[in-house]
Design a protein around this ligand. Sequence first.
Ligand code: BGC
Length: 620
Amino acid sequence: MAPISALIGSTEDSARQILDAIESQFQLSDDALVRITDQFLKDFRLGLSEYNHPMAMIPTFVTGVPNGSETGIKVPAGYIASIMFFALLALRYSKHLQLLATIGMYHGCTALVWGSAKQHISLHIACFRRLLCCVMPGEPHTWTFLALDLGGTNLRVCEVQLKGNHQFTLRQQKYRVSEALKTGEATALFDYLADSVDAFLTEFPSSPNSAPPDPFATGSSALDLLDTSDSSPAVPLGLTFSFPVEQTALNRGKVLTWTKGFSAKNAIGHDVVQLLQDAFDRKHLHVRCVALVNDTVGALLSRAYTAGGCILGSIFGTGTNGAYVEKVENITKLGDSPARKHGGDMVVNTEWGAFNNTRTTLPTTPYDNKLDRESINPRLQAFEKFISGMYLGEITRNIILSLIDAAPYPILFNGRASALLNKHYGLDTAVMSEIEQAWENGRDQPSSNDKLVNGSHAISNASAAHPHPSLSTPTRHFTEVDKLSPEDRSRLERIRNIVIQRFALDAADVTLRDAAIVHWTSCLVANRAAKLSGCAIAAVLVQTEKAKLGGGFVPKDEKITIGVDGSLIEHYPNFNARLRASVRTLVGEEVEARLNIGLAKDGSGVGAALCALQATKQGL
Ligand code: BGC
């Protein structure tokens, strides 16, 4: 049986004071939430009007969101144009028979020039077939895209088939990116990306297709397209690059800065599509990067594809960010560029991870300052360092260490740390998640509100108006563990076991009360993160005129669809419900109840494929 508490007598009072002081530093009053959201809105407007602000508000040149019917049917513009040209010529100067002869001659000539009449003619037949498919009802057709996703915990290579009717299939393989690659030369990193695509295509071929490569055939696979003969089209690939990039076109953009522990040299200021294409070319891979997309844009597009519309895509994972649909007229920094003149809507990548880098509005504690000072990008990505999975474990570790070292008496673990606890980033956010889950298990579930569902399903908001008490009142720090119910004590036992195991501590040094304090610490840090995340979402709702700060506004839209992705929102217990509670505080119950927040699972892959489709339609 574990000792209940190692603290006695007056040490109890000093411990309580220290814990109370920490708790108050992590509390966020409603006023503070409003102030932060208001600052968000100011920074949104600043970023939309001028370049070079930390919250970059990057125009993505994605000018619409899908509605789910996109299939990837495509006929190369060059073929249509050339055929139409010859047809017009023939019509102008010949009778009908001559028209056929002219087209025949055209086929013959181009085949001769390209050296493979058979292949060329079959390409034209496929092309005509596609043309017919476009105008005739029948089976849905698909086309396969490759997607490469860099910026989360792992590198992923995916093969995506857009089937239309909101459906897609995706095959993917994850590859580890070592610290050496993250911080070494950019060419080495991009060579590794190219090698991973090569490995994916070699090691995970699609179901073999015995037919000759037909790039327009229904369900053709990326591997089918990987024919290195010069006449075959290169495999189109969409790159999801989840770092700040100043985009100048759908397939062009310069790296602004690295985040999330990356710092590869000689990438900043360079075009990321070119860096990747150069790597493909160095390896003689017949792959062409046709589109560049941020993971938030991917989440927005893929959620729109599966749900039939979406206003915001956001990531709460290793990093955090959001992309939303903005009126082009509001992106005044585009000046009188063609994009601005064209008007309409454009997806803007906010890069909200860099919100308030000056930390004038964010509720910074000594634990946050320590984290920032010791990070590889001090004074940057301030908001991200309060919110995201990469950092929450480290903030918690900082608090735990301060409690181990507390004076005049240690508050945790008899004053003993482990090698793991002493290690920079030694405590993974996943462990906090495990600890909170151990407490929640067997407890009245707050509701399905905290459950994210894949695809077109949304997170229920059933409990929105009646939050579970543990969501509105963060768990206290249990100075009196012995007064807890037997059920709660057995929950703490579970947590104590996790703490012993995951922190690599001696069991004799871990009391039930220690377990309670570690649980309380995790709740404090995660609760603050979720509430701040709610500020970012509320700011987008206000910016897009779906809500008013302070509430009292009923949007016309029945549902306001939001796509989310990332380990925190998907797996961290109560994160979504806490976030919703914060949004409710900021914009009122009516708007919050209409939020249709759903997981944009595989958003990076599907979003990149949708962008690649858009790019190929534009002939990029
Ligand atoms: C990057 C964003 C990205 C986010 C989520 C941040 O660190 O700056 O571009 O969207 O992480 O992956």
